[in-house]
Design a protein around this ligand. Structure first.
Ligand SMILES: [Zn+2]
Length: 475
């Protein structure tokens, strides 16, 4: 094929993707944002509440209407578990591509700007605000649109299986059960495309080279059986808050935030250090200015490359919730009986999350200060992931796709978040290639307030996926 016809083809594919986004994807995502289909960790009554089912129905109905030849759809259900949508789009040859996304959401979070809200879709310019549009509601729509675009142009591709789960934000604990039942049906993919990741900017296609693991849990410190007058008891009864502080110091250096438990760390490969330097020089101070710092507040290091490594290859600790602490208005002069916090810890991409969990529990529970009653209950526990070496065809295809639809080369960077399914797939299909990308760019704020989906990036990325699918077939 000549370059001219290639360009013309890319333009037609792009025009179809753009039109599909405008005509049906954005309106359907708008309805999807309204559904509080929170992941089971955040809505234990998800089954009775029915929001998950509403989201499944919305997405499945949309998918079923797409005129993809021979496509079959199954909503796979297991008792007591969140469902999975599986779309099988037959193709040419014996190869399989697995495209992955999820439809469960993070909880509301506070801090939404006036006029915005988690379940209130708002279109501002070319950005759709609200929970879950970018993380990761668009994935099913973008995947099928990329496939349909090729069909319209008569471009060959391999069989594509689109898998949309509903437990990702809880660590995908239901997914292995579905995979076991669906193993035969899915087959052995030679390429996995995941649309649940981030992008360093909105100017090129970003490919994720690693993900951190996640380890959550509740640390509980109790000293007395009920709250007592603080004037009476302080000085005699140790404060559960102070003990908790000491315990946290076992986990991280209170001055630097550096994690002290070796099992949470992993070795950083030399190639990833080089890529971090390259990403840092491409992004400059955007590495940290993308976060809403107050004036004068400094990032946790001066070197952007080190910050990239902190974010992607080193463990870090966040305190995400508390119990036993009254709200400020209700704070009496009481020596409280209990302080509990929720810990959310990102682990090194190749660290074993189960070994990390045991080491963490041990560090927190052993030899408690003042003999306090201390427990650490492990919640989520999922491994991170380090990409296999990129095959030359995929490297070329990603670059060409990014050039065609963003007018810039593709870029590579680790992500600080976790997609537990990638580690599962990496173990199960060691020969597969991975294209892990997404629309979660600067300020898109998945998990926080004011989450948005950058629609132009969604359109471009959809066309890029089309190109990669076509190149995968002819590789
Ligand atoms: Zn996600």
């Amino acid at each position: 094929m000549t370059t001219e016809t290639n360009t013309a083809l890319a333009e037609r594919i792009r025009a179809f993707c753009d039109a599909t986004w405008d005509e049906t994807i954005v309106p359907t995502l708008t309805d999807y944002v309204r559904i509080p289909c929170k992941s089971p960790h955040f809505d234990p009554d998800w089954e009775e509440n029915g929001y998950m089912e509403e989201a499944v129905k919305l997405i499945a109905d949309w998918c079923q209407k797409r005129p993809i030849e021979g496509m079959t759809m199954e909503i796979h259900r297991l008792p007591g578990r969140t469902p999975v949508i599986l779309l099988d789009c037959p193709g040419e040859g014996d190869d399989t591509v697995l495209l992955y996304g999820h439809l469960d959401k993070q909880p509301e979070m506070s801090g939404w700007e006036e006029g915005l809200g988690p379940w209130e879709p708002v279109l501002r310019g070319e950005r759709l605000f609200g929970r879950g549009g970018a993380d990761d509601g668009y994935a099913a729509f973008a995947s099928l649109t990329a496939i349909e675009a090729l069909q319209r142009e008569g471009v060959s591709r391999s069989r594509c299986v689109v898998l949309i789960e509903a437990c990702e934000e809880s660590g995908s604990f239901d997914l292995p059960h579905h995979l076991e039942a669906l193993r035969e049906k899915i087959g052995t993919p030679s390429l996995v495309i995941c649309l649940d990741s981030g992008c360093g900017n909105y100017d090129q296609m970003w490919s994720t080279t690693s993900l951190r693991g996640i380890l959550t849990g509740t640390l509980k410190v109790e000293t007395i059986s009920e709250g007592v007058h603080s004037g009476d008891a302080s000085g005699i009864v140790p404060s559960s808050f102070r003990i908790l502080r000491r315990l946290l110091d076992r986990v991280e250096d209170p001055d630097t935030g550096e994690v002290r438990i070796p099992e949470l760390h992993c070795e950083i490969p030399a190639q990833r250090v080089e890529q971090a330097k390259a990403a840092a020089s491409a992004l400059g101070d955007e590495v940290y200015t993308k976060f809403p710092f107050h004036p004068g507040v400094q990032p946790m290091g001066a070197d952007p490359a080190e910050l990239v490594l902190n974010r992607t290859w080193r463990p870090s600790v966040s305190v995400t919730g508390a119990r036993g602490l009254p709200s400020l208005e209700d704070a009496g002069n009481v020596l409280r009986p209990e302080t509990s916090i929720a810990l959310s810890i990102r682990t090194g991409p190749t660290a074993s999350s189960s070994a990390a969990a045991i080491a963490l529990k041990d560090a927190l529970e052993t030899d408690p200060p003042a003999g306090a009653k201390v427990s650490f209950e492990i919640g989520q526990c999922a491994d991170g992931w380090n990409a296999p070496e990129v095959a030359p065809w995929l490297f070329e295809a990603a670059n060409a796709a990014s050039q065609m639809h963003f007018e810039r080369d593709a870029a590579y960077m680790g992500e600080g978040g976790s997609i537990p399914f990638m580690a599962m797939l990496g173990d199960e299909f060691p020969g597969a290639q991975f294209l892990i990308t997404g629309v979660l760019g600067p300020k898109s704020n998945a998990h926080g307030p004011n989450e948005f989906l950058d629609i132009p990036t969604g359109k471009r990325l959809t066309a890029c996926v089309s190109h990669v699918l076509a190149e995968h077939y002819t590789r």
